[in-house]
Design a protein around this ligand. Structure first.
Ligand code: GAP
Length: 507
């Protein structure tokens, strides 16, 4: 991470704490690593993201329904899903810094550095050749760039082979051959690569009765798979159809860093889409596009996002891509779209001895459906929005403001109602205005300090609209409405406020 990006990221983290978005869990006991609490504004933002996702996935799709399954599941679920045997991370320690890393992340970061060199070459050439420059042609013909790209392919191929064959010795050799050094100690003094299972376990039942090891779910998806027939039958669902769910997941992440990006307790918004075998690739492409369109609908710019096809496919997938977001620390996974084949349902059939099949009336036969999954981390989406929204601006009059340009429909508070002064009946009038709005929108009342400072406070928490009640309000029942981003103010009738805000939020 560049010094500038690191600085921005630190500011986002301290802003999140200062204004009540995110706190370290159990902070008074010095915190618990990679576990976070959401404060009063964070909880609102998180709820708004959930609602926006649920609405677009469930409410807007006739053939998708939502469920809420338990975190604890029968332990055989995780044997069947492959998580007991295969949900591992390859880890490596640096003997000098004593820091532990995911070996694949070290290699991916190394690849990213080579990619940056490619980008720099392309940028230099684009400046040299001007408008006639063809970036694709340049990449295919420039010997230095071709060398970099070949190197990336060779590293990716070798890493994939290591992971597929479980060849951890060669994985270490790859790190040595590529001369990858520890970002902290700067040395290449590495231990061997080892596999580490990421599931948390606990025990159910009292010891006297004989206890059972159970796991805290590492993904919400399995709660959907085991309920596939329950939902299909009770909801009379016809293939293709989807089941969506939002809920907590737990992973004993070893390399837990970057604030709420990688947590040990986090939330997922997942949807499993059940399709006729043979049609899964069409649906996979379709869901890739639809999910990207969802992100675009929030108004963040297209250059913030990119697709990244997986090199190492999870044990259940025949195709997988990430939607990556440009966080302050670089492009990283925000959402995964996976073609999971019939792996999970077949495994559950085998381990439970129960059929998990669909009778297709058009085909007049039973089959195990194939599944295309979309899976987005709620906390990562939160971080994406917060880090994109955080901006420091110098205004025309030379003053400065910090503004959170959170998409208006997701903002914690939609409207601030501010009496210009604390006297002359303005606070009472402002309360009346709030009373007329609070059933429809999250509103905040603020009368402390000069109006300019109050606007700044609302900018800093991302409130899109500030309504000011002044002396003219008492005469003609009009107020000013100020927009956070443009800071433009218009005078409008109180009676029109609700409609105006509603229209602006929709737009
Ligand atoms: N059911 C598929 C699945 O769980 P995944 O790629 O392991 O796939 C899906 O996780 C999403 O969950 C990721 O794209 C990411 O946004 C989020 N996620 C995964 N691990 C996380 C962690 N430790 N902390 C926060 N979010 C996480």
């Amino acid at each position: 991470m560049s010094v500038q990006a690191e600085d921005v990221f630190k500011k986002v983290i301290s802003h999140a704490k200062e204004y009540g978005f995110v706190f370290q869990s159990s902070e008074i006991y010095d915190g618990l690593s990679a576990v976070y609490d959401y404060g009063q504004l964070g909880a609102e933002l998180k709820n708004n993201i959930k609602q926006y996702w649920w609405k677009s996935m469930v409410q807007m799709h006739e053939n998708i329904v939502g469920i809420d399954s338990a975190i604890f599941m029968h332990p055989t679920t995780w044997k069947a899903s492959g998580h007991v045997d295969a949900f591992n991370d390859p880890l490596i320690d640096n003997k000098d810094s004593k820091k532990r890393y995911r070996a694949d992340v070290l290699v991916e970061d190394h690849i990213e550095k080579i990619r940056t060199k490619v980008d720099k070459e392309v940028e230099k050439a684009a400046n040299r050749f001007g408008e006639s420059f063809d970036a694709d042609m340049f990449k295919q013909t420039n010997p230095r760039v071709m060398g970099y790209l070949d190197k990336i392919t060779a590293i990716e191929d070798r890493m994939r082979t290591c992971l597929e064959n479980g060849d951890l010795a060669d994985f270490k050799q790859l790190i040595i051959d590529e001369e990858i050094s520890d970002p902290i100690s700067g040395t290449k003094n590495w231990t061997d690569v080892r596999q580490f299972n990421l599931m948390f376990s606990t025990e159910m039942g009292s010891v006297a009765e004989g206890s059972n090891k159970i796991y805290l779910r590492p993904e919400t998806a399995q709660g959907i798979f085991v309920n596939f027939l329950n939902v299909q039958k009770s909801g009379r669902m016809k293939i293709p159809f989807g089941i969506a769910q939002i809920g907590k997941a737990f992973r004993n992440e070893i390399v837990a860093r970057q604030f709420i990006f990688r947590m040990r307790e986090f939330e997922q918004m997942e949807m499993q889409f059940f399709v006729k075998p043979g049609t899964e690739m069409e649906w996979y492409e379709s869901w890739k596009n639809e999910r990207m369109a969802w992100h675009m609908s929030l108004g963040m710019t297209a250059d913030q996002y990119r697709f990244h096809d997986h090199i190492k496919l999870a044990h259940y997938a025949n195709a997988a891509a990430d939607i990556e977001f440009k966080f302050p620390f670089g492009f990283k996974e925000l959402e995964g779209i996976h073609s999971r084949t019939d792996f999970d349902l077949k495994q559950h059939e085998e381990h439970s001895g129960k059929k998990l099949q669909y009778f297709d009336p058009e085909e007049n036969k039973n089959y195990v459906p194939y599944v295309v999954e979309t899976s987005i981390g709620l906390d990562r989406m939160f971080l994406a929005i917060l880090s994109y929204a955080y901006q420091e601006e110098t205004l025309e009059d030379g003053s400065e403001r910090v503004v959170l340009r959170i998409p208006a429909k997701l903002a914690p508070y939609k409207v601030a109602v501010l009496p210009l002064t604390k006297k002359d009946g303005l606070p009472e009038k402002a309360r009346e205005v709030i009373d007329g709005l609070k059933e429809d929108f999250m509103c905040q009342y603020d009368e402390k300090d000069a109006i300019g400072r109050r606007y700044r406070r609302q900018d800093a928490i991302g409130t899109p609209f500030a309504v000011t009640v002044d002396h003219q309000t008492l005469e003609d029942n009009t107020v000013t409405i100020r927009e956070r981003d443009s800071m433009q103010q218009d005078r409008v009738a109180i009676a029109d406020l609700e409609g105006i805000i509603r229209r602006k939020l929709k737009g």
